[in-house]
Design a binder for this molecule. Structure first.
Ligand SMILES: NC(=O)c1ccc[n+]([C@@H]2O[C@H](COP(=O)([O-])OP(=O)(O)OC[C@H]3O[C@@H](n4cnc5c(N)ncnc54)[C@H](OP(=O)(O)O)[C@@H]3O)[C@@H](O)[C@H]2O)c1
Length: 185
């Protein structure tokens, strides 16, 4: 079975996006297009609906589904309580409710591959609450936003997260943490 990994870029004060859900601050960081910062190759990518709607909008994917197919090679699972559109023929599935209940189905979809939790921080935190997240990889940009969409929305103690690697990638510090769950059955 693959691993479940939350991988994202973040400001150094812990925001994924600014208050307008913009990533403009991220795209102007020198080295932000470095291939070493590319998202993991995963069999399944999982995101919340705000992130999904941002991606659809950014790619113009509903108007040009080829863009989706070129950019999003893996199965995409979107958590939402709403009915949302998907590009024609795109491998997009919608789920809702308790993440713990969804994990077996996500693992079935991923087979031996990894599951990439794209964000946001609330959804990633639900994977932690379900004791299902194995790893977190944060590419920290030299930017403070002051406010915005948080990297995580729940408390994690230091006996749960172990720093396993630190890498410099251009202007980003790429930090990898392994998670463990001392009280897991
Ligand atoms: N810096 C980066 O690399 C990076 C990475 C990822 C995301 N982002 C950005 O960061 C922001 C993240 O925004 P966010 O944290 O507000 O949101 P998000 O996680 O993308 O979406 C949150 C929404 O997802 C739905 N949802 C979440 N959990 C659910 C569950 N268990 N069951 C059913 N629905 C569920 C709910 O919406 P509904 O039910 O109303 O649909 C919820 O309001 C976005 O702007 C995104 O573009 C940046």
């Amino acid at each position: 079975m693959g691993r479940i990994i939350y991988e994202t870029a973040t400001s150094f004060d812990g925001y994924l996006a600014d208050e307008q859900h913009s990533l403009d601050w991220l795209f102007v960081v020198p080295g932000g297009d470095n291939p070493d910062l590319a998202p993991p190759r995963a069999a399944v990518q999982v995101m919340g609906s705000t992130t999904y709607e941002w991606v659809l909008d950014e790619l113009g994917a509903l108007e040009n589904m080829n863009v989706w197919h070129e950019t999003m090679p893996s199965t995409t699972v979107v958590f939402t309580t709403r009915q949302l559109p998907a590009p024609d023929d795109a491998d997009v599935k919608f789920m809702s409710g308790d993440v713990a209940d969804a994990v077996p189905e996500l693992q079935r979809l991923a087979g031996e591959g990894n599951i990439w939790v794209v964000g946001g921080g609330g959804l990633a935190s639900q994977f932690i609450a379900a004791q299902a997240l194995d790893e977190m990889v944060f590419s920290v940009a030299p930017v403070a936003l002051g406010a915005g969409a948080p990297l995580l929305s729940q408390r994690i103690e230091s006996d749960q997260a172990t720093l396993i690697s630190v890498e410099q990638v251009g202007q980003f510090a790429r930090l990898t943490y392994r998670l463990s769950y001392p009280n897991k059955d």
